[in-house]
Design a protein around this ligand. Structure first.
Ligand code: LLP
Length: 425
């Protein structure tokens, strides 16, 4: 006997009748548990620690409030993300501002809001920030984004000079980072606090973080010897989520321990000044908590494939097309029925690459059934597009049998809302 699939105690079929499909639903408890797990385990007697949620993974007022309530900070990468964060009540002092090409407007907004940290990417930006801070008479704490020469991709990581990254300054480019530190030093408004690095995403190898920390240790030592005190290490994000059963992310407790012990060992071995360690998890907080629910439309058999079409696709989840990302799915109305069919789940966008799952193992499906695609909580909504004007999906948070709509569906009215006929010249 099959029951209808539920999330947060909410029946997905009933919810589909209320909000239509496709929709994205978050299990609120899972998000809370992840935030708590990071908060609980990312502690060490040697350091002040801070967990900063990377808003690029998924951002809206609801998640900002949850992050704040859990005692975490927020990482933003644009004026838009900053505005959403402030609007939702995140104290500016808990916000970290990132970006390799922050505009003068974005830097101004960050200064005016009084963000806790701005992460400097390059020397031009640093000069512009010093000028703006002077003009606005605002003090600001800064980190320097370093490219540590460690690059991690899922199950592999490489230690290379990797000198061509668009982010930050290479640890090996002494002249480059010195120029920035001197600019900071020359400004009475900018205050150098430490280093930031981010080595990749969906990382399964704890050794990759250890390599990152070693690189930061060596560089901090070099800086210290030149008279610059590095008090903060912000190690970025990259903690993996489980998309399919092949994925085995490092448990939060273990990855936090590995990181903090490695920091402690570096600090002791090199007599470093570092007092505070930060991390910026994004995907690992929201990824597994999210599920996208589609309605099954038509089917098509080709010599090699049994297509099952759904009423969304690459507009709401670009990750399979962009990264060959793998997803699992469940038949909402028959979650316990044996999966004896193999379908290629394709979206409705005008693009051959609009395939969500190449080989989905499901019971026999029919038109009108609901299909739940798992682990769509990170980088799906935030990377969604208006391609083919399908309309961005609504977002629901569910907990203890209650469901709350936190972002409504984008409709034709929204498409035409921005249109105008305004003479400019
Ligand atoms: N901090 C910085 C500076 C970052 O650049 C990122 C992600 C994070 C934190 C959060 O990383 P996470 O813990 O979520 O891995 N669109 C890609 C992921 C791009 C990640 C970019 N930076 C995807 O869908 O897989």
């Amino acid at each position: 006997m099959s029951e209808v699939m539920q999330i947060g105690g909410v029946d997905l079929r009933r919810l589909a009748q209320k909000v239509g499909t496709p929709f994205l639903i978050y299990d609120e408890t899972k998000v809370e548990q992840k935030l708590q797990a990071f908060r609980h385990h990312f502690v060490h007697p040697e350091f002040e620690t801070q967990v900063v949620y990377a808003g690029k993974a998924f951002l809206c007022g609801k998640i900002v409030r949850m992050v704040h309530e859990a005692g975490c900070g927020l990482d933003v990468v644009s004026g838009g993300e900053l505005a959403v964060a402030l609007h939702a009540g995140m104290p500016a002092g808990h916000i970290v501002m990132h970006g390799n090409n922050k505009t003068p407007q974005e830097l101004t907004a960050a200064l005016e809001a009084g963000v806790g940290l701005i992460v400097l990417d390059n020397v031009q930006e640093c000069r512009a920030l010093a000028e703006l801070a002077q003009r606005l008479q605002r003090h600001v704490n800064v980190l320097l984004r370093i490219n540590p020469g460690v690059e991690a991709h899922t199950h592999e990581y490489i230690v290379t000079a990797h000198i061509d990254s668009k982010f930050g300054v290479s640890a090996a480019d002494t002249k480059g980072w010195e120029a920035i530190l001197k600019t900071v030093e020359a400004s009475p408004w900018l205050h150098f606090r430490g280093l930031h690095a981010h080595i990749g995403s969906q990382i399964f190898e704890p050794q990759a973080f250890e390599a990152e920390i070693e690189a930061l240790g060596a560089l901090s030592k070099e800086m210290q010897e030149k008279g610059y005190s590095v008090g903060v290490w912000d190690l970025g994000g990259g903690f993996a989520a489980r998309y399919t059963e092949e994925d085995a992310p490092i448990p939060v407790e273990q990855v936090c321990k590995t990181i903090l012990n490695a920091c402690c060992a570096q600090k002791a071995a090199l007599s470093l000044d570092v007092q505070k360690v930060m991390i910026e998890p994004g995907r690992s907080i929201v990824g597994e908590a999210g599920t996208t629910v589609y309605t099954v439309g038509w089917f098509k058999s080709t010599p090699g494939k049994e297509y099952l079409f759904v009423d969304g696709g690459m507009a709401d989840n670009i990750r399979p097309a962009l990264y060959q990302a793998k997803y699992d799915c469940t038949a909402v109305d028959a979650p316990n029925t044996p999966a004896d069919h193999t379908y290629t789940v394709a979206g409705k966008c005008c693009e051959s690459g609009d395939i969500l799952i190449e080989q989905a193992h499901l019971p026999e499906m029919k038109t009108g059934d609901l299909l739940a695609v798992h682990t769509t909580g990170a980088y799906c909504y935030s990377m969604s597009s208006n391609y083919n004007h399908l309309g961005r999906v609504p977002v629901v948070f569910a907990k203890d049998g209650r469901a709350e709509l936190v972002i409504r569906r984008e409709t034709a009215q929204d498409f035409v809302r921005l249109e105008c006929q305004e003479a400019l010249e």
